[in-house]
Design a protein around this ligand. Structure first.
Ligand code: FAD
Length: 362
């Protein structure tokens, strides 16, 4: 089959790898470079951990995703996975349930009490009396390196063609219309255009997608604490206000700070600059947890966009024609689950006999 992928983010690139590996011809078209630095997928780090409290299916999918990312390194011949583990501060009432959910997914875990947190990570201040669940199997994907590895692998493959800097203006059946008045024809088409998806979808579906903007700070840690930072698990929840989280600096990446409360609904995509107000807000939010944190630490601040499907709050996968699929990824977990999503999309696009289910992923 000949398959056209609209978009060069993690969803389209991993789907392209799946389809090419199964012997199909694939064209990936993006309005920017491939990968495109403005894509949601293009970041220094993304966390892959299993725990979804009270959601055994998503936890099992998360545990599987780590193994799939590890397998991709071998397939693409590149290194982009750092096995840091993940440390999640939880209320005491949730600790046993979290461990049971992880155990049910075959993911090992241990609990660290207040004393172990204080002694193990003196450069951080956890809330008084707080405990945390540690998932030793969790990892950080060095996202930009993973995307470049996919693009390089595809570029070198005789069945793949990459078309950067070509904007898609419409998808009609399996014909993909470009802004330069040319058309690409496929036997199947995937629209995975991230936050830009809405103009390419039927209006009724587009109206169900909500645009979000999220701010992140990339920081330099003080030299005196650099070794401690890079030896610790990444922290998806610090247990402080605003849903603050951080990604630890590994393999030359900066410390990343953000929070669930740093994502907000917006009406349009309006650049990637982080306003001084959001920079300040993120610093204030993290200050109680990070000793000495100040504006001087900030190397870069950046806003990115994602969509959510209003009825579910998650991603949207939908057939918009015969062998034409659209996947609008969401924030929070679509990067982590991308290898599972790509397997499922590739099976549906190619009509493979045993499509992978997306149970727990969407
Ligand atoms: C701040 C932030 C933090 C996040 N944290 C996490 C996390 O910790 N864990 C996690 O799992 N997920 C996380 N996510 C979500 C995840 O990163 C995204 O859901 C995922 O990367 C989206 O991938 P995608 O390929 O669908 O879209 P994108 O990566 O946005 O790619 C879409 C591509 O389509 C191209 N395109 C768009 N329109 C057109 C067009 N008309 N013609 C041609 N090309 C077009 C764009 O140039 C782009 O390259 C986060 C997202 C954000 C914004």
């Amino acid at each position: 089959m000949r398959i056209v992928m609209v978009g060069g983010g993690v969803i389209a690139l991993l789907s392209a790898v799946e389809c090419v590996a199964a012997g199909h011809e694939v064209t990936v078209v993006d309005h920017g470079d491939i990968p495109h630095p403005a894509a949601a997928s293009y970041d220094r780090q993304r966390v892959v951990r299993a725990l979804h409290l009270d959601d055994p299916a998503a936890t099992a999918a998360g545990a599987r995703a780590v193994g799939l990312w590890a397998g991709l390194q071998g397939r693409l011949g590149a290194a982009f996975l750092e096995r840091t583990g993940a440390l999640t501060v939880l209320p005491d009432a949730d600790l046993l349930r979290a461990q049971a959910t992880l155990a049910g997914a075959g993911a090992p875990s241990r609990v660290l009490g207040p004393r172990a947190l204080a002694e193990g990570f003196p450069h951080l201040r956890f809330p008084d009396g707080a405990s945390a669940v540690v998932e030793p199997g969790a990892a950080i994907v060095l996202a930009d390196r993973a995307l470049h590895a996919c693009a390089d692998w595809l570029r070198a493959h005789p069945l793949a063609e990459l078309l950067p800097r070509r904007r898609v203006v419409a998808v009609r059946g399996t014909a993909v219309h470009l802004a330069d008045n040319t058309r690409l024809h496929g036997d199947a088409v995937l629209v995975a255009a991230g936050a830009w998806s809405r103009p390419l979808l039927p209006p009724a579906l587009a109206a169900e997608l909500v645009l979000h903007r999220q701010s992140q700070l990339h920081c330099r840690v003080p030299d005196a604490d650099a070794a401690a930072w890079s030896a610790m698990p990444t922290v998806p929840s610090l247990g402080i206000g605003g849903g603050a989280w951080l990604v630890v600096p590994v393999a030359g990446t900066p410390l990343k700070l953000s929070a669930s409360s740093a994502g907000r609904v917006v009406s349009t995509m309006d650049g990637q600059e982080t306003s001084p107000r959001w920079r300040r807000r993120l610093l204030d939010l993290h200050a109680p947890a990070i000793a000495g944190l100040s504006e001087d630490w900030v190397l870069e601040a950046r806003d990115s966009y994602y969509l959510t499907h209003a009825p579910t709050g998650g991603p949207l996968t939908v057939a918009i024609g015969e062998r034409v699929l659209a996947h609008a990824a969401c924030g929070g977990s679509s990067f982590k689950f991308a290898p599972l999503i790509a397997q499922s999309l590739a099976a549906r696009l190619t009509g493979a006999a045993r499509p992978t289910t997306l149970r727990g992923v969407s």
